[in-house]
Write a protein that binds this ligand. Structure first.
Ligand SMILES: Cc1ncc(COP(=O)(O)O)c(C=O)c1O
Length: 449
C-alpha cells in the first residue's frame, strides 16, 4: 500500500485525505475536456514506472503513457534528478537571454532531427508550437493559407484547434482564417473507395487538386501528422510523403510535420517521418515526449534555409515562459535517458512483440475490425460487424475505458478506437498483463454484438 493513503508520505510531506481532495477538486478545479458536473475524477497521489495508484490502493497499468507522453515512465529517477539539478542551477531567465540549458537542448536536438532542422523555437506545448510554425510559414512564404487533414488534431488553443480537422474544432468556430482541409490517407476507410496500392495514392494527389483550387500563390504550408494520432491512429502508406514532398516543392508550399504525439521514439524511430525514406520536412513540431510532461515544453524545429530568411526580420513570436530553462533542462535529461537506456530501440522492440499478439487478438475477437501500428503506437479499431465496418456503437465503446480501468488497465479509448501506447520501459511481463486485460474486455464486447 503506497504512502498516499496516510496523511504523511514517506518523505514526511503532509497529504490531503481522499475526501478532502475530492471536495476541493469539485469546488475549485475546472477540468479540461469534460462536463464538470458529471466528472468524478480518480484521486491519484502516487505514480511510478508503468503504474499509478488511486487513493483506495488500486493499481493501474498505464497502457497509453498517460496522454501518449509518459514515454520514460512515471517518476524516472534520472529525470527527477535532472529537474532538481536544473532547479538549483537556474529556474528562470527570460527568453531573450542565452543560457546553458537552452543551448544544450537545442544542440542535442539538432543532432537528432533530420536534414537541416537545426534551429529551435521552444514553446509551452504542442498547440503553440503549431501556431508558431504557421506564423513562421506565413512570414517565410508571404502566403497565408494552410492545409491540414480532416482527421487531424493539432492542439486546443484557438489557432491550433482551427487548424485541426477534428470534431473538437466545431464548437469553437469561427476559428482563424485561411485554413482548408483535405481528405485522409486512411486506408481502412478510404474516402475514395480505393485500395492501396492500386489506388495510386489518390489521397495525396487530391492535395494537389486542393492547392489548385485555393491558388498555389496563397498556400503557405501543409501541416500534417506523419502518423495520425487522435484522429484514428493510422500511418499513410509508403509513397505518400514522398509524393507530398514533391507536390509541396512544385508549388512552393512548406511541409510542416506535427510530431507532437509520434515524435521522440513513439513509433520506434526518433521521428515518425523517418519511416518515409528521403522525406525532409521544412519544419517539425514537438512536445509530449520531449519532456514526457515532467515539465511542459514544445518546440518548432526550423530549417536553416527558413531561418536564413526569417533571421533578417523581426520575429513576431514569444511568450514570457518560452524557452523555459527548467523545461529545457528537463528535456535534456529526458533525451539523455532515451539514449542511455536505449529507449527508442526498446519502443521498436516492444512494437515487434506487440504486433503479432494484437493480430492474434483480432483473429480471436470479432469486434476487432482492424489492428494497426508500429513501435509503441497501436490501435484496435472496433466494429459491430467486420464485413460492413460499422463502428462499435457508442453505448459499448463509451464504457470500454471504465471497464479496462476496473481490471487495472488505463488507456485512451476514442470513439471506436482502443489505443495501445505503453511507455517504452515496458517489460514483456507488463505488455502481457495489458494484453490479457484487453483480451478479457474484448471477449465481453464480442458477447454484446
Ligand atoms: C498531433 C498533436 N499535435 C498537437 C497536440 C497538442 O499538444 P498540446 O496538448 O501539448 O498543446 C497534440 C495533443 O494531443 C497532438 O496529438
Amino acid at each position: 500500500m503506497p504512502a498516499a493513503y496516510e496523511l504523511i508520505d514517506e518523505k514526511g510531506v503532509e497529504m490531503l485525505d481522499k475526501e478532502t481532495v475530492k471536495e476541493l477538486d469539485r469546488r475549485h478545479v475546472v477540468h479540461s475536456w469534460s462536463i464538470q458536473e458529471k466528472l468524478e475524477p480518480l484521486v491519484v497521489e502516487k505514480s511510478e514506472g508503468m503504474y499509478f495508484w488511486d487513493a483506495d490502493g488500486n493499481k493501474y497499468l498505464d497502457f497509453s503513457s498517460s496522454l501518449v507522453n509518459m514515454n520514460v515512465g512515471h517518476q524516472h529517477p534520472k529525470v527527477v534528478k535532472g529537474i532538481k539539478a536544473q532547479a538549483e542551477k537556474q529556474c528562470y531567465i527570460h527568453p531573450g537571454i542565452a543560457c546553458t540549458a537552452r543551448v544544450e537542448l537545442a544542440r542535442d536536438l539538432a543532432e537528432l532531427t533530420p536534414g537541416d532542422l537545426n534551429k529551435f523555437f521552444f514553446t509551452l506545448g504542442g498547440a503553440d508550437a503549431n501556431e508558431n510554425a504557421l506564423k513562421f510559414a506565413r512570414a517565410y512564404t508571404g502566403k497565408t493559407k494552410v492545409l491540414t487533414k480532416y482527421r487531424s488534431y493539432h492542439g486546443a488553443t484557438y489557432g491550433a484547434i482551427s487548424m485541426s480537422g477534428d470534431q473538437r474544432r466545431l464548437p469553437v468556430e469561427p476559428g482563424i482564417p485561411g485554413v482548408r482541409f483535405f481528405l485522409d490517407p486512411y486506408c481502412y476507410r478510404c474516402s475514395f473507395g480505393l485500395e492501396y496500392p492500386s489506388c495510386n495514392l489518390r489521397c495525396v494527389n487530391h492535395i494537389e487538386e486542393i492547392i489548385g483550387y485555393e491558388g498555389a500563390q496563397n498556400v503557405a504550408a501543409v501541416l500534417i501528422e506523419p502518423m495520425t494520432g487522435a484522429g484514428g491512429f493510422f500511418a499513410p502508406p509508403d509513397g505518400y510523403f514522398q509524393r507530398l514532398r514533391e507536390i509541396c516543392d512544385k508549388h512552393d508550399v512548406l511541409l510542416i510535420t506535427d510530431e507532437v504525439m509520434v515524435g521522440c521514439g513513439r513509433t520506434g524511430k526518433w521521428f515518425a517521418i523517418e519511416h518515409y525514406k528521403g522525406v525532409l520536412p521544412d519544419m517539425m513540431t514537438l512536445a509530449k515526449g520531449l519532456t514526457c510532461g515532467y515539465v511542459p515544453i514544445g518546440a518548432v524545429a526550423i530549417s536553416d534555409r527558413i531561418m536564413d530568411k526569417l533571421g533578417k526580420e523581426m520575429l513576431y513570436a514569444g511568450l514570457t515562459f518560452n524557452s523555459h530553462p527548467l523545461a529545457c533542462g528537463t528535456a535534456k535529461a529526458v533525451l539523455d535517458v532515451y539514449k542511455e537506456d536505449k529507449l527508442i530501440e526498446a519502443s521498436a522492440n516492444n512494437g515487434a512483440y506487440l504486433k503479432p499478439r494484437l493480430q492474434k487478438l483480432m483473429d480471436k475477437h470479432v469486434c476487432v475490425g482492424d489492428v494497426r501500428g508500429t513501435g509503441s503506437f497501436f490501435c484496435l479499431e472496433l466494429v459491430q460487424d467486420r464485413a460492413t465496418k460499422e463502428m462499435l456503437k457508442p453505448e459499448i465503446s463509451g464504457t470500454l475505458a471504465k471497464r479496462l480501468m476496473r481490471k487495472g488497465l488505463s488507456t485512451n479509448v476514442m470513439a471506436n478506437r482502443l489505443f495501445i501506447g505503453p511507455p517504452f520501459i515496458a517489460t514483456r511481463d507488463d505488455l502481457d498483463k495489458g494484453l490479457a486485460i484487453i483480451d478479457g474486455v474484448l471477449g465481453e464486447v464480442d458477447q454484446q454484438l
